[in-house]
Ligand binder design. Structure first.
Ligand SMILES: [Fe+2]
Length: 351
């Protein structure tokens, strides 16, 4: 009932916005610098290739369309599926905007020369630590690596000091991960950037020996919760999201943060960028500005994604350990190399 009311309110707002634009012609309610409504007939339409969680992007889109009247079509896929598609489509891509869960897929599209510069107004609302120095895309949210573990199986003094310890023999059969997922592969890309190829190869070899593969972070966490395995290396929001619901998949697990600039304290940046080939670049840029703006970031603060807010001085959800306390290692998100990670993980027999 409530959803229906909100949806109707959204439609009404969108209609009002569209009427407003048609009436004044100059598009005064469109974002500054926008020519999206320049033709005077509609507020425009954009296509988003979305690899972020579908529910989070839907929250962003609903609020954006309500405010601007710009309609958004979504094509859903995972990080590398979508980045590969964009690279393949090249100039002919119907995508105006690309959103990811993790930055390696953004780097891939950037390296293919397919992103336009992000508008300065957007760049200005995102701190430098959450975007690449090239400004070809920007951070839109962030997520932290975490080890969720069963306190009954692992006492505090037995917790690993570093993520690298999980490759040691004492961890054989004790931990889970979802190696086929973009989330986990982003963690490996950070390890590669921080410690180099030889160390990453060695760690992946240990991981192959020691870990149990699951498909999806939630499934890996569930396995810990059910007592199948002692710990799982995942992202933080799977835990907090489940806790905010029934806790049925996480009540028996505890999150442990490696901190200390460890590779296991990696904070991954979700990215957003506008394609150079966009036929509605102004509307696409205004979408990126919206999600990194106050209202967009408040979706992260107050919604159900439990991802970290990164822009416009909006605090993150107060259930989370503050980003500043995570002691994440410094990693340039533009340097993360998904192709090399896939190669190394395949060599190690993990993919
Ligand atoms: Fe995820």
């Amino acid at each position: 009932m409530k959803i229906r009311t909100n949806a109707l309110a959204g439609i009404a707002l969108a209609a009002t916005a569209a009427l407003g634009l048609a009436a004044c012609g100059s598009g005064s309610s469109a974002p500054a610098g926008s020519s999206a409504a320049g033709n005077g007939s509609s507020a425009g339409e954009i296509t988003v290739y979305n690899a972020q969680h579908e529910s989070l992007t839907k929250e962003w889109i609903d609020a954006f369309t309500a405010e601007t009247g710009i309609k958004v079509t979504v094509r859903q896929g995972d990080d590398t599926e979508m980045s590969n598609q964009i690279v393949q489509e090249g100039q002919a891509s119907p995508a105006d905007v690309f959103l990811t869960e993790n930055s390696p897929a953004m780097a891939q599209v950037e390296n293919a020369g397919l992103f336009a510069d992000v508008d300065k107004a957007t760049v200005d609302q995102v701190p430098a630590e959450f975007r690449p120095s090239t400004n070809k895309w920007t951070g839109i949210a962030a997520r932290s690596t975490v080890l969720v573990y069963d306190k009954n199986k692992i006492s505090d003094d037995k917790l690993p000091k570093s993520m690298l310890d999980l490759a040691n023999p004492e961890w054989k059969g004790k931990w889970a991960a979802s190696p086929s997922g973009a989330d986990f592969q982003a963690i490996v890309s950070a390890l590669l950037e921080l410690k180099g190829e030889a160390a990453t190869e060695a760690w992946l070899k240990g991981m192959k020996e020691n870990s149990k593969p699951y498909k999806g972070n939630s499934t890996a966490m569930k396995a810990v919760n059910a007592g199948e395995v002692d710990a799982a290396l995942i992202y933080h929001y799977y835990y907090y999201g489940d806790q905010a619901k029934t806790g049925e998949n996480s009540n028996n697990v505890t999150p442990f943060y490696f901190k200390n600039q460890d590779p296991g304290a990696f904070v991954s940046i979700s990215g957003g960028g506008v394609l150079k080939s966009s036929k509605n670049a102004a509307a696409a840029q205004s979408f990126l500005k919206f999600i990194t703006g106050k209202k967009g970031q408040e979706v992260l603060q107050k919604g159900t994604s439990f991802e970290y807010a990164v822009a416009s001085d909006v605090p993150s959800n107060d259930k989370l350990v503050p980003l500043k306390e995570l002691q994440a290692p410094t990693v340039d998100p533009a340097k993360l190399n998904s192709a090399k990670v896939t190669e190394l993980m395949t060599q190690a027999g993990l993919l």
